[in-house]
Design a protein around this ligand. Structure first.
Ligand code: TYD
Length: 135
C-alpha cells in the first residue's frame, strides 16, 4: 500500500513562509470543496469511513495529528505535522483521524462537493465493496 505524500513548494523569505496550492498543479484534481477541523477534543477519533468517488488532500496546516489508512488488506499510520505536506487519499480507503494536538488545524481539499451517498460508513460494507471492486 503506497502512501502518497506531496511536499509543496515553500515560498519562504525573511518574512516567513507561504505555500500556494492550485488545482491540477500542486493538487492533482479540481478542487470543489475545502473543509477543516479545529478545536478537536483530546482523545477524539473521527473519520471511520471510506469514499467511492472522492480524491482528497489532507494538510495539517497547524499542529499535528495522525491518519490511519486501511485499504482492506493493509493499514498504515501517517503523522501530519508540517504545513507544507499533503497526504493524498483516494477512493476505497478507510480512514481514521486521531491524536490531534490541541492547536491542530486539519484542512482537507476535496475533488467533489459533499455527498452523503458517496460515504461508506460501515466497515464490513467497506470490506465487501473493496473485494467487489477487485473481482
Ligand atoms: P463527519 O462526516 O462526521 O466528519 P468526519 O467523519 O470526517 O469526522 O462530518 C461532521 C458534520 O459536518 C456532518 O454533519 C456533515 C458535515 N459536513 C458537511 O456539511 N460538509 C462537509 O464537507 C463535511 C466533510 C462534513
Amino acid at each position: 500500500m503506497d502512501i502518497v505524500m506531496i511536499s509543496f513548494q515553500k515560498h519562504g523569505d525573511d518574512r516567513g513562509q507561504l505555500v500556494a496550492l492550485e488545482e491540477n498543479k500542486e493538487v492533482p484534481f479540481n478542487i470543489k470543496r475545502v473543509y477543516y477541523m479545529y478545536d478537536t477534543g483530546e482523545g477524539v477519533h473521527r473519520g471511520f469511513h471510506a469514499h467511492k468517488n472522492l480524491q482528497q488532500i489532507l494538510i495539517c496546516v497547524h499542529g499535528s495529528c495522525k491518519i490511519r489508512l486501511d485499504n482492506g488488506k493493509e493499514k498504515k499510520v501517517v503523522v501530519l505535522d508540517k504545513p507544507y505536506e499533503g497526504l493524498y487519499v483516494s477512493n476505497n480507503m478507510w480512514r481514521e483521524m486521531y491524536d490531534f494536538s490541541k492547536d491542530a488545524v486539519l484542512m482537507v481539499l476535496a475533488s467533489q462537493l459533499y455527498d452523503e451517498n458517496d460515504y461508506i460508513r460501515d466497515y464490513d460494507e467497506f470490506l465487501r465493496f473493496v473485494k467487489r471492486e477487485e473481482d
